[in-house]
Design a binder for this molecule. Structure first.
Ligand code: PLP
Length: 277
């Protein structure tokens, strides 16, 4: 494990943040989360593209060039000595006496490289249970912003009610999970909500859509209501950390146990990082 703050590598448990850091005072910043397989970060370019987009949307000037960020990530992976890792990094608007308007200071980059969570085959066979939750977030969820209070509260609500995850719904249309995108299969066609401003444009989501097209699985990115969702043949969530995880129940609706499309997509997804044998 290793961390990085203000131009240097530090231990993950060493104190780092000044009190007047806008990340923890305002959530004024953006972040990325990248999975490392066998020492190599997967979809690094896509994550850096999204980072640049998120930063531009909140008028944040990145403190380092793209190649410098790439260098810090690779150096962090090396120093962590981890092969299966998760790189979390965030960029905040910087350190200045607390005031809502932008200070004229350099943005702050921080990062941790930690062991990746590995999900067992058993966990993947079981899948997860989800509840539906009204989406109370703001109108710009395509920005990977540090402000995650509604996500945190909804995830906690799900856990307290005995579910694994909450799926945000707006006016009966499904959007995404608290930290994942959502897909379903009906009559052999793969469905997922469109990449509007109201969801994060997940990198795993895009990779899964690419896999589906390659396997000639028909794909529809379209608005999906909760009735359609509950009556689907298969459903799953996607994210960098969880990859593709089946949903076994949507509130009191139990989904079928056979998941041929989900399984095909999961094995196709693994080709992105599995070494040829
Ligand atoms: N949606 C939300 C709200 C997320 O926080 C995340 C990831 O953290 C995702 C979707 C999945 O995105 P990705 O596949 O790029 O990890």
């Amino acid at each position: 494990e290793i961390a990085y703050y203000q131009n240097k590598f530090i231990d993950v448990d060493s104190p780092a943040l000044p009190i007047d850091e806008r990340g923890h005072q305002f959530g004024d910043g953006v972040y990325e989360y990248i999975r490392v397989y066998d020492g190599t970060p997967l979809f690094l370019d896509e994550h850096l593209d999204r980072l640049e987009k998120s930063a531009a949307e909140i008028k944040l000037t990145l403190p380092y060039r793209r190649d410098e960020i790439t260098g810090i990530i690779y150096e962090g992976i090396k120093r962590s000595s981890l092969k299966e890792a998760a790189v979390y990094f965030q960029i905040t608007r910087g350190i200045a006496p607390r005031n809502h308007s932008f200070p004229n200071v350099k943005a702050v980059f921080s990062m941790t490289v930690k062991k990746a969570t590995i999900f067992t085959d058993e966990a993947r066979t079981k899948g997860i249970s989800v509840m539906l939750r009204q989406d109370e977030r703001w109108a710009n969820c395509f920005i990977k912003s540090l402000n995650l209070l509604p996500n945190v509260l909804s995830k906690q609500e799900a856990i307290e009610k005995g579910y694994d995850e909450a799926i945000f719904v707006h006016e009966d249309f499904v959007r995404e999970g608290t930290s994942c995108n959502v897909f379903m299969v009906k009559d052999g066609t793969l469905y997922t909500p469109p990449a509007t401003r109201h969801i994060l444009h997940g990198i795993t989501r895009k990779a899964v859509l690419d896999c589906a097209r390659e396997y000639n699985i028909p794909v529809r990115e379209q608005a999906i209501n909760t009735t359609f969702f509950k009556n689907c043949d298969e459903a799953f969530i996607t994210s960098t950390s969880i990859e593709i995880m089946p949903i076994y129940s949507i509130e009191d609706q139990i989904l079928p146990k056979e998941r041929p499309v989900t399984e095909r997509l999961y094995s196709a997804y693994q080709n992105f990082y599995k070494q040829e044998v």
